[in-house]
Design a protein around this ligand. Sequence first.
Ligand SMILES: NC(=O)c1ccc[n+]([C@@H]2O[C@H](COP(=O)([O-])OP(=O)(O)OC[C@H]3O[C@@H](n4cnc5c(N)ncnc54)[C@H](OP(=O)(O)O)[C@@H]3O)[C@@H](O)[C@H]2O)c1
Length: 257
Amino acid sequence: MNHRKWAVITGASSGIGAEFAKQLSADGYDILLVARRQDRLMEVQSSLNGHSEILVCNLAEQQEIRQLTEWIWKNQPVLLINNAGFGKCGEFAQSSVPDSDMIRVNVCAAHDLTLETLRMMEEQGCGNILNVASSAGLLPCGPYMADYYATKAFVTSMTMGIAEELRRKRSPVRIFCLCPGPVDTEFNEVAQVRFSIPGITAEQCVRTAIRGMQRKNVLIVPSALVRTGLFLQKFVPRELVIRIVARSQKRKLASDR
Ligand SMILES: NC(=O)c1ccc[n+]([C@@H]2O[C@H](COP(=O)([O-])OP(=O)(O)OC[C@H]3O[C@@H](n4cnc5c(N)ncnc54)[C@H](OP(=O)(O)O)[C@@H]3O)[C@@H](O)[C@H]2O)c1
């Protein structure tokens, strides 16, 4: 019999994932912290008051994802925060083969963890999954960050599709899609970009996400400015939206040189 109320958080070594760990631990969850950097996971763990464990895991590796799904089947978490991910800025033709790690982490790992966890939660009769996509996933595409936008469009589309399947069959399991705009984390450094609009804090982003899940909002966009932008772009021709995004992305590239 499993008496723990586990939340699994991928990408828990920094930014949004580390903040989820803090807020969910304070809410009484036992936390499994997942990422590659053990030292950073230990730092996050030492800041938590409740019970937590660490699983060092490279989600670009199928074998290591399997280790995590085995843990999930064994320990039966009630919440998965599918958050690990990263972006890379630049012209698509200049990207290198290891850049496909982005697809492995942002798409394949997010997909496999959603599938395994959903099956486990349906069997146990309860649970919530939050997939961290991006507002990039709600735009037509993102020139100069083309594969990142495409990975997040996959996560958004997959999650919304699953949510409707679960609603129609009155499943006890729920799935949510978090689509933040800019959030001040290490994301920028990794992606080598500068935001064109001010970022919100990870604390604000996570607080809004948790409230959104409590209110059973499938799609959660944690910033009024980004929500307004996404609403307005529906009235602009698709080609024009793409050109506007391209200009804004290109400016970020130029400002790095
Ligand atoms: N910040 C933003 O503006 C923003 C906006 C929209 C969406 N998002 C999304 O939010 C999520 C969290 O990003 P963040 O902003 O918190 O950035 P961050 O501070 O750079 O955190 C990214 C996390 O992902 C983990 N990660 C990356 N590659 C991994 C791998 N191969 N295996 C396991 N873990 C891996 C990192 O851990 P290790 O390096 O230790 O492995 C880190 O914990 C991402 O999915 C990102 O796309 C961010």
